[in-house]
Write a protein that binds this ligand. Structure first.
Ligand code: NAD
Length: 499
């Protein structure tokens, strides 16, 4: 199927009525290309009136999609997955320009996004079936059955670290269940969800069923408050998640999925194979410039291997973490999302130094050749902090690995759980009994044993505590984009009343 990825944003960054348009708004925000630091577009901010119009047209468009069978919808979604695979390289390059991540990572994100579409399209016909229940008296008198029905128009709000994939994690199950979607991307990475709209239209999605509006807090708030929005799925910080949950109860009552921040930990016992533990610490800290919600900036290392592990990790980071233009094949560390965020991460490095930490490598701005004005950071590894320091307590959301020694199993479980977050955690040990024992005690939505940052579409993803509620990437997610109706049936010719 012929499909081409636009080379610039001249046709706009809104997706309304099945096509890319410029959008309108009194105010605009600048769109940056993180790899070069250049402003590549000015995008209008959607006012509540613009949001209202997008929601109403999606509401009018959705019955055509919602009345199709799951199999008919699956055909469209599988076709969209095929378009993504056929154009993977160009879509991945567009993702790099949108977000600054290295091209080798963008290819993985885009390929897994196609898998997400196939997965939800594939399971929908089986998962969205109703049940039938015999009632007292038996099926010749009464029974009940259930129907899984779509919600209508769903609102989705995304963060900027995985622009295409975050969008897909929400849009694929929402559409597979027969809903329409209004998506509001982060203003820091607004382009990828528009590209997804073009792919879905090319695959045959009815016009207006998927729409993208752009903007900041006011636009997101208008989406959360809109009474025709029947569910809201949000990915972002805890502070914004609190506002979203409140706004979603302000005009009507909406179910909310919140995928929020984290302060995860990786625990390495002294019986671990150091080479594998180092590989896990690299995955837990330096993917996507450290801008990963599950990242384990707190790396707890048992005292007996502290020195060996620390030296090996610093060596591996020095050998492997090539900072550079993310479009270069050799680059392993691309650009951070923007200057403000880069300075925030540098602020954590400074606070760590002020609180007695020692920076073993990195922690300074980088200016790679050819892209000197982009937002680059040499990934940092820091030791010597205690659990009360600012960098150890707060989410950094950047490449800043903190090594913390520990002595015993009981002590480390307590310290890992001593946070208001609960997104993920990891444990390394050759003693598998200990791994499982610890996994059961950690207050986190995902625990990695002898591994880190795996993500599979059939495995639930989401947080405990302030890291949110609701899950993505599993059959429960699909169900969360539906509502269940119970139907009681009396099959007798007359109803015996009990008065
Ligand atoms: P953010 O909370 O600043 O913004 C997220 C989105 O909310 C953006 O689209 C933003 O425009 C919008 N928004 C801002 N104010 C709003 C309001 N009042 N009402 C509605 N929407 C509003 O977060 P961010 O900086 O884009 O992303 C980083 C955060 O996201 C980190 O905390 C990270 O851990 C988290 N995150 C979590 C996951 C997860 O799956 N748990 C995944 C990625 C990122």
């Amino acid at each position: 199927m012929s499909f081409s990825v636009p080379s610039d944003f001249s046709a706009g960054l809104y997706f309304l009525g099945g096509k890319r348009v410029k959008g309108e708004g009194e105010h605009t925000f600048p769109v940056y290309e993180p790899r070069t630091g250049a402003v590549v577009a000015q995008c209008p901010t959607a006012s509540p009136a613009v949001v209202d119009s997008a929601v109403r047209s999606a509401s009018a468009a959705y019955p055509e999609w919602g009345s199709k069978t799951e199999l008919e919808r699956a055909q469209v979604l599988h076709k969209a997955a095929g378009i993504i695979r056929d154009n993977l390289e160009e879509i991945a390059r567009a993702e790099v320009r949108c977000n600054g991540k290295p091209i080798y990572e963008a290819r993985v994100d885009i390929a897994s996004s196609a898998d997400t579409l196939d997965y939800f399209a594939g399971i929908a016909p089986a998962v969205l079936q109703g049940d039938s229940m015999d009632l007292p008296g038996g099926p010749l008198t009464r029974f009940a059955y259930t129907r899984r029905e779509q919600l209508g128009v769903v609102g989705c709000i995304g963060a900027w670290n995985y622009p295409f994939q975050t969008c897909m994690w929400k849009v694929a199950p929402a559409l597979a269940a027969g809903n329409a979607v209004i998506y509001k991307p982060s203003p820091f990475a607004p382009a990828s969800p528009v590209l997804l709209g073009e792919i879905l239209t090319a695959a045959g999605l009815p016009l207006g069923v998927y729409q993208v509006v752009q903007g900041e807090g006011e636009t997101g708030q208008a989406l959360c408050e809109h009474s025709l929005i029947r569910k809201l799925s949000f990915t972002g910080s805890v502070a914004t998640g609190q506002k979203v949950q409140q706004a979603c109860a302000s005009k009507n009552i909406k179910p909310v999925t919140l995928e929020l921040g984290g302060k995860s930990a990786l625990v390495i016992f002294e019986d671990s194979e150091v080479k594998s533990a180092v590989a896990a610490a690299m995955l837990a800290n330096f993917l996507n410039q450290g801008q990963v919600c599950t990242n384990a900036t707190r790396v707890f290392v048992q005292r007996g291997i502290l020195e060996e592990f620390t030296n090996a990790l610093v060596k591996e980071a020095n050998d492997k973490l090539v900072v550079g233009d993310p479009l270069n094949e050799a680059t392993r560390v691309g650009a951070n999302i923007n200057e403000g965020h880069l300075n925030r991460i540098l602020g954590y490095v400074e606070s760590a130094k002020a609180e007695g930490g020692t920076v073993l490598r990195g922690g300074v701005r980088a200016h790679p050749e050819g892209v000197e004005n982009g937002f680059y950071l040499e990934p940092a590894i820091i030791t010597g902090l205690n659990d009360e320091s600012k960098a150890v307590r707060e989410e950094i959301f950047g490449a800043c690995c903190l090594i913390l020694p520990f002595e015993s199993e009981e002590e480390v479980v307590r310290r890992v759980n001593d946070t208001t977050f609960g997104l993920a955690a990891g444990v390394f040990s050759k003693n598998l009994g200990r791994c499982h024992r610890i996994a059961a005690q950690l207050k986190a939505g995902t625990v990695f044993c002898n591994s880190y940052n795996d993500t599979e579409v059939n495995v639930p993803f989401g947080g405990y505590k302030n890291s949110g509620h609701g899950r993505e990437n599993c059959p429960d997610t699909l169900k969360a984009y539906t509502q269940i109706k119970a139907i009681y049936v009396n099959v007798q010719d007359s109803l015996e009343h009990c008065f």
